[in-house]
Design a protein. Structure first.
Length: 308
């Protein structure tokens, strides 16, 4: 699965990941408030590619009235969405400080209540949840037992607490393995899965039914083909081809403003190549799609990997 990543997992990236074999793609996290009040920018985030089947839409919120309104709005689009996913893992203060995201791990009764409400109101076929191991402290067993009281179809477990943020050394696959033993539904492991080899190790170690990949997929969306098909191409030419296709799709989806939004993607695609730092400085000043396309071709046509 491709993880929901704020600012990254928009339709163009999801489409690229899908072409490389991602089984399930997930939207960026969407506020239930924005859905309930039909925020124009948010409605763009709900759009999906024809390639996305199944497509999961991730929502965040904790107000049952607003959640109900948001779900009712999504029901009208139900032919487009196959899975509704509740975010209970986002560590961002602007989300968790309002009682949403990872803050729901401090009130498991509320978490259960919300998931039951969504299932009751939703006409979307499947329901899932994404959790961390706890808020300040790890409570994997309590979370697993709480989730067993909900009508979810699967759970994604990120192997850190909210307080751990994204610190590499804090990842805890033992806790994911423990949850797998108790959960009645399939478990998808998430966190620090950066290669096909690491993916196999994590699946074997935890017993998880699948893997969700986030940051690694922004740098190399072909990681899904590496995991599933043993795809081995890591050439600069591949990066150039994918970066260009991704860029063209972004411009088609967002218009000229897509060039500005694509800067961060070029930061990811150029990582590990000689001259990447200078290239990033150049693209950070470009807003014209035609000029940016020329710079992409120019850089990747002559780029080489840094030797460590």
């Amino acid at each position: 699965m491709l993880a929901p990543l704020a600012g990254y997992s928009d339709l163009p990236l999801r489409e690229v990941a899908k072409k490389f074999g991602a089984d399930i793609t997930v939207s960026e996290m969407i506020s239930v408030h924005a859905l309930a009040f039909k925020n124009k920018k948010t409605l763009k985030m709900v759009e999906k590619s024809p390639l996305e089947m199944p497509f999961a839409l991730q929502i965040a919120g904790n107000d049952v009235g607003i959640i109900t309104r948001a779900v009712e709005y999504l029901n009208a689009l139900k032919s487009e969405i196959q899975i509704l996913d509740l975010n209970c893992g986002c560590p961002a203060p602007k989300v968790s400080s309002h009682g949403s995201g990872s803050a729901l791990l401090k009130d498991l009764n509320k978490l259960v209540e919300i998931l039951k409400l969504i299932r009751e109101k939703s006409e979307i076929p499947y329901l899932s949840v994404k959790v961390r191991l706890g808020f300040d402290e790890k409570i994997p067993l309590e979370i697993a037992k709480a989730l067993n009281d909900t009508p979810i179809d699967y759970a994604v477990v990120h192997g850190r607490t909210k307080s751990d943020g994204y610190k590499k050394e804090r990842i805890d696959y033992d806790a994911i393995a423990l949850m797998k033993q108790y959960l009645k539904v399939p478990l998808i492991a998430n966190g620090e899965i950066t290669s096909a080899k690491k993916c196999q190790e994590v699946l074997q170690y935890t017993g998880a039914d699948g893997a969700m990949i986030g940051r690694a997929a922004t740098e190399k969306p072909w990681i899904f083909a590496q995991i599933k098909d043993g795809f081995v191409d890591e050439s600069v030419e591949l990066r150039k081809r994918v970066a260009l296709e991704h860029f063209e799709r972004t411009i088609a989806f967002r218009g000229d403003y897509g060039a500005i939004m694509f800067r961060k993607n070029l930061h990811a695609y150029s990582r590990g190549l000689k001259g990447a730092s200078e290239f990033r400085s150049v693209v950070n000043g470009i807003a014209n799609p035609q000029i940016m396309r020329e710079k992409i071709v120019e850089f990747f046509s002559g780029a080489e990997f840094e030797i460590h």
